[in-house]
Design a protein. Structure first.
Length: 372
């Protein structure tokens, strides 16, 4: 198992918003006590983990957040990022982070110029997010953002990117809506098909260059650009090992970032936090076995160690597909949602490779020098 240097840590399930797509759903309100939270720090340190990404729920909702900041600092563990809706962000919190030697990136969710309040199910959520971006910029903290992409905001992608760019955001990741948690109950009609998502991405790419966007953008795994005049890539290409019978794990991440949930279970990644109970219940409790054993436990190894050979043995469609050595089966978490099981098809990767979207993206990028 590769060394884990960063941990994503859910310090609470509580949140001040009731987002229509929340992967936790409505009923999960777990929150460790202050003592319970601090008791994980020696275990994190012992495992050689150097930094944490703090998330929730809404992590800044905790009254003891500054206590955690200080405890991590005293243990020599840095906070590399904080994922937040921005509502509670203030100068006092930023000052506490600075005083304790932390310089995290704030990942502030943004779901569209017109749709953010609707998706976040809270009036004024967009204004609060933009205020948080501006505060971070003025105080010297880097910001990034995630956008949940769906039918409600697909026509707002261009304007939203321009807005984030204007407010000093350094990078944006656009991820299609997944039917987990609250989404299936509240916004099932807003989900786009893989081809609709990919068509929208291809249509947007020229606008990225026309608008002279300086921030990084990740259109899921299908297009990355460092800036309008910088490097660009198709991340899906990195999944390709060009082998016939791969015995290596399919997880293509060079840098594993496991996810410690509010119940104390260690999951393979943040995406798994929205998986079904039957998957999460297979994951080990860190307090019972420690981080090293938890990382190598059967529940996580089911994902990290799942091989191309297993995928082809378990899925006839994949075995008989001419693209299998390029797509490598796609993401197992997405496959679990899209096809109902770990051996299912990642329908986004299937659509990308089977419908020649790589060439469509290349065509969309081809005239970038003329566009700028």
């Amino acid at each position: 198992m590769r060394k884990v240097k960063t941990l994503q840590w859910m310090i609470t399930e509580r949140c001040n918003y009731s987002c229509r797509h929340c992967y936790l759903g409505e009923d999960k309100k777990n929150e460790p006590t202050t003592d319970e939270l601090i008791s994980y720090i020696p275990l994190i340190k012992e495992a050689g983990i150097e930094s944490v990404v703090i998330t929730g729920g809404e992590p800044l909702i905790r009254n003891d957040f500054e206590t955690l900041v200080k405890e991590l600092s005293q243990s020599g563990i840095s906070i590399s990022a904080i994922i937040t809706n921005g509502f509670y962000l203030n100068e006092r919190i930023l000052g506490c982070l600075k005083d304790n030697g932390h310089n995290p990136t704030f990942c502030i969710s943004y779901d569209g110029d017109e749709s953010h309040d609707f998706i976040r199910n809270r009036a004024g959520a967009r204004a609060d997010a933009l205020k948080a971006f501006d505060l971070c910029k003025s105080e010297g903290f880097r910001t990034s953002s995630d956008m949940m992409f769906c039918r409600a905001n697909m026509d707002e992608l261009r304007s939203s990117v321009k807005t984030l760019n204007d407010h000093g955001c350094s990078s944006l990741k656009v991820t299609p809506l997944i039917m987990s948690g609250s989404a299936g109950k509240f916004i099932p009609d807003l989900k786009l098909s893989p081809s609709q998502v990919l068509d929208a991405f291809c249509n947007y790419i020229p606008d990225y260059y026309r608008d002279h966007i300086s921030m990084e953008i990740y259109l899921n795994a299908y297009f990355y650009a460092a800036s309008y005049d910088g490097i660009w890539a198709i991340p899906a290409d990195d999944a390709c090992f060009f082998v016939d019978n791969c015995e290596m794990g399919l997880c293509a991440n060079e840098k594993l970032i496991p996810f410690l949930n509010a119940q104390g279970r260690l999951l393979p990644c943040a995406g798994a936090a929205s998986a079904g109970k039957e998957i999460i219940d297979d994951m080990a409790f860190v307090k019972e076995v420690g981080f090293i054993e938890a990382i190598n436990s059967p529940g996580i190894s089911c994902f990290y160690g799942y091989t191309l050979k297993q995928q082809m043995d378990n899925n006839t469609d994949c075995k008989n597909c001419k693209h299998i050595n390029k797509c490598m089966g796609g993401c197992r978490i997405v496959a679990s949602f899209e096809d109902g099981c770990i051996s299912g098809r990642d329908k986004y990767f299937c659509t990308f490779f089977r419908n020649d979207y790589r060439e469509k993206i290349l065509k969309a990028v081809k005239h970038r020098k003329e566009l700028v």
